[in-house]
Design a protein around this ligand. Structure first.
Ligand SMILES: C[S@@+](CC[C@H](N)C(=O)[O-])C[C@H]1O[C@@H](n2cnc3c(N)ncnc32)[C@H](O)[C@@H]1O
Length: 456
């Protein structure tokens, strides 16, 4: 081509393919339209190289535009469970007084997960069948890593897995026990199909896809006598929203949700709930971003470091400024003991009274406020020329005190070595998978943070 003023057309390779025409999407979209979903016409489902399935816009979207509106009865929320007589009767028609025996015994997330598992067993006989079929079949959270691999992953990741296992296994046992004593004939069939893998799938479906929805103004959730809400120990402010839950996360996205009540519905008694009422209530999400044509539409799931994104959602974001390496107070204490640094009772009291035994970490900016404060107490508490409590809370706080950094350096170097050694072992693991790669990526991020701290 000769020299010409014509601009060369640079064709960017597409990093996605549209999936609205595939059979599953057609089924889902038809079902959603029939059930009253209103979505911005520019949106379509797509599969992206980097984030997997998500939502794309075919035309420019401007800040303030509505993305999706769902009538309340197209979402799975607390009222869905309460209105499902067959589900509630598992607990209420039971030889055991479940509401008392298991009072506040499970979280609402666990109850929702049991409900999803229950719906899954109903299969085509459930109103939600098409939606359930559109959900991922498995999840990429470290919970599902084989035991041998878990042994070598970072302790912070591991302790979250242990907590998840504990919650899942204890609530699974409760629901199985309830099914066993249920007087309903259909519970026998549900019990047979209610396996741990099914419950784990349901648990992580809820974990990765629920959005915050507060229905406390619409429904009276305080008067819960004789309802299954006696079983829960927390609040009910989560909900599954079809299609909205196809939107992936970006930390730069900003959005807002609104509950729109079109007639006088307020503080409904649980026993008066019915599906028709909810035709007059809808849940909308608006974006506060601009999106170019044929770009992915994102929402923000909340400010999250990679430890949370990996363990709760199953993905990793590079260059996440929120990442940090945490240090356990007991480990710091035993490190001091082995290095003959003894804390007096007075120092110990000061530390616990000022909560300097929590939130101890190093991030890209250096020591966390509390770790800095803790080290100040250890190093300067008895110095006559220093007022530690004033120093900690004064504006002149300087987290780059070399003396303080030195105090903790061997512990940091030890942690760096531990993580680096584990990375080497994990890298040589035969069965590499996305989950393991995410864990390794996070551990490498930890190495970078600690190396930066050591060099400073
Ligand atoms: C609410 S769903 C979003 C839709 C989901 N991608 C799907 O196929 O159904 C949340 C899940 O999407 C994936 N995800 C969300 N944001 C992501 C991102 N920025 N990068 C990679 N995966 C992401 C994760 O698997 C997460 O658990």
């Amino acid at each position: 081509m000769g020299r010409t003023k014509r601009k060369r057309c640079v064709v960017k390779p597409r990093n996605f393919y549209l999936s609205d025409d595939n059979e599953d999407s057609v089924l889902l979209n038809t079902w959603l339209a029939k059930n009253g979903l209103r979505r911005n016409k520019k949106l379509a489902l797509a599969v992206f190289d980097d984030t997997g399935r998500g939502v794309i816009t075919k035309k420019k979207i401007k800040c303030g535009e509505e993305l999706i509106t769902l009538p309340l009865n197209l979402t799975i929320n607390v009222s869905t469970l309460l209105m499902d007589k067959a589900f509630c009767s598992i607990f209420l028609d039971n030889s055991v007084d479940c509401l008392r025996e298991y009072k506040q015994g499970v979280s609402f997330q666990s109850l929702m997960s049991f409900y999803l598992a229950f719906l899954r067993v109903l299969s085509v006989n459930s109103k939600w069948h098409v939606y359930l079929e559109s959900l991922p079949k498995d999840y990429t959270v470290p919970y599902f890593l084989p035991y041998e691999t878990q042994c070598n992953i970072d302790t912070d990741i591991l302790s979250i897995i242990i907590k998840q296992k504990d919650t899942i296994e204890s609530s699974y046992k409760i629901f199985r026990d309830i099914l066993k004593t249920s007087s309903k004939e259909s519970s026998v069939h549900i019990l047979k199909s209610f396996t741990l893998p099914l419950y784990e799938w349901a648990y992580f479906t809820v974990n990765t896809r629920c959005v915050y929805m507060d229905l406390s103004k619409v429904i009276d959730l305080k008067n819960i006598e004789n309802t299954i809400l006696n079983l829960i120990c927390d609040n009910t402010k989560i909900s599954l929203c079809p299609y909205l839950d196809m939107i992936n996360h970006s930390p730069d996205a900003r959005n807002e949700t609104k509950l729109l009540v079109s007639r006088d519905i307020e503080n409904l008694n649980i026993k008066d709930l019915n599906e028709d009422l909810f035709l007059d209530i809808s849940f909308s999400i608006y974006t506060k971003n601009n999106f170019d044509p044929y770009s992915q539409v994102f929402i923000c799931y909340g400010d999250s470091h990679n430890l949370k994104l990996i363990t709760e959602y199953g993905f990793y974001l590079p260059d996440n400024e929120l990442d940090c390496v945490s240090f356990n107070f007991d480990n710091i204490k035993s490190y001091f003991t082995t290095n003959s640094i003894k804390l007096s009772q007075e120092q110990a009291n000061f530390i616990s009274n000022h909560s300097l035994n929590k939130d101890l970490y190093i991030d890209n900016k250096g020591l966390s406020f509390n770790l800095y404060g803790l080290l100040m107490v250890v190093k300067y508490y008895y110095r006559k020329d220093m007022d530690v409590s004033r120093l900690i809370y004064s504006a002149a706080i300087c987290s780059n005190d070399r003396n303080l950094n030195e105090l903790i350096m061997p512990l940091v170097m030890n942690k760096l070595k531990e993580i680096s050694d584990s990375i080497n072992i994990l890298r040589s693991t035969e069965n590499r998978c996305v989950i393991l790669d995410n864990c390794i990526a996070l551990m490498c991020q930890y190495v970078c943070i600690l190396e930066k701290f050591i060099k400073c």
